[in-house]
Design a protein around this ligand. Structure first.
Ligand code: TXD
Length: 308
């Protein structure tokens, strides 16, 4: 296995992502955190599961960026997570500080890597990472749509009583309260959701999807979701390395697609070994297009608050 992935932040999302990546033998992983000993302890614990789980990939824990040198891909999960009652935007300034510091180190040691952002508020942190790294935009993008779509797919599967993996959902826009579920492009075995569910049911599922993160935060009381988020990161990492041109809703830099430019926002993107190969433009209703524009405007407004 010659692929090297660094996961920055060995908290809930970072450690679970590292676990999924090594267990599925997708890459060798370096797990790095600011807290001394913690990534080393988690890495050793996971490696001690290798004789049972049978994976041959290597996981290393560290506090030093030199160990992340020449990574093919870097996943950034470092930062604070939401507490009950907090919006993702409330994390803006604190996480901007953390992400700025982390990105300089990662860009220095892995100048050719793809940067996959996870830290919230996601769209703003992805923009910040792009600016701070100086990398081409196609190598800097974020995970949010994959998660929001997985949540929507699960709610639909629950409603229809089908297997969750049979549902292919599509959620666009920023990773916030203004995200845009797109039922017409959400399908179960080729049939779109409006053919299968009543309008009110679809609207209820859309709203539960928008509130999906908050629903978990409310249950957990401390911390936020990490199982589905790490699965979503791993789906993207796999698509990048497999290079088959899989289309996944991702937070990418728009240059006029959907009539929006100079901002990061969630839209379907074809991913591969070089990063974003293509931004795919799907047909939206007038209402969905307006919601996407509003969501992008919100991201732009918040990015303007960051000192760059
Ligand atoms: O859809 C999405 N994009 C998301 C985003 C889904 C779920 C979680 N989302 C966000 O990811 C969440 O709002 C947070 O901003 C991040 C990480 O969430 P997680 O649940 O993993 O938070 P933890 O468990 O608090 O872990 C964060 C780790 C923790 O171990 C800190 O010590 C570390 O980040 N940290 C750092 N590591 C390296 N360098 C620096 N400077 C640093 N600062 C904190």
């Amino acid at each position: 296995m010659s692929r090297k992935v660094t996961v920055v932040g060995a908290g809930f999302v970072g450690a679970t992502t590292a676990q999924r990546l090594v267990e599925k033998e997708i890459a060798n992983v370096v797990l790095i955190d600011i807290v001394e000993g913690m990534p080393q302890g988690k890495a050793l614990d996971m490696m001690e599961s290798a004789p049972i789980e049978g994976f041959k990939t290597q996981l290393t824990g560290t506090n030093h960026y030199a160990d992340t040198k020449n990574s093919d891909l870097v996943v950034i999960t470092a930062g604070l997570a939401r507490k009950p009652g907090m919006s993702r935007d409330d994390l803006l300034f604190k996480n901007a500080e953390i992400v700025s510091a982390v990105i300089s180190e990662c860009a220095k040691y892995s100048p050719k890597a793809i940067l996959l952002m996870v830290t919230n508020p996601l769209d703003m942190m992805t923009y910040l990472a792009w600016k701070k790294s100086g990398f081409e935009a196609k190598r800097v993008f974020g995970m949010a749509g994959a998660l929001d779509s997985a949540r929507m797919a699960y709610f639909i599967a629950e409603e229809l009583g089908c297997a969750p993996s049979e549902v292919e959902a599509m959620v666009l826009g920023g990773h916030g309260d203004e995200m845009v579920p797109v039922p017409a492009h959400t399908k179960v075995k080729g049939k779109s959701i409006p053919q299968l569910l009543k309008r009110e049911k679809i609207e209820a599922i859309n709203q539960r999807t928008r509130d999906g993160g908050a629903e978990i935060v409310k249950h957990l009381r401390t911390g936020s979701a990490f199982y589905a988020p790490s699965s979503s990161v791993v789906r993207m990492v796999r698509a990048i390395f497999e290079d088959k041109g899989e289309v996944i809703p991702s937070c990418v830099y728009l240059t006029g697609q959907y009539g929006i430019k100079d901002v990061y926002c969630g839209v379907p993107a074809r991913l591969g070994r070089d990063g974003v190969k293509e931004i795919v433009e799907i047909k939206l209703t007038g209402e969905e297009k307006a919601a996407l524009e509003q969501s992008a405007a919100h991201v732009r407004e918040n990015c303007a608050k960051l000192s760059l």
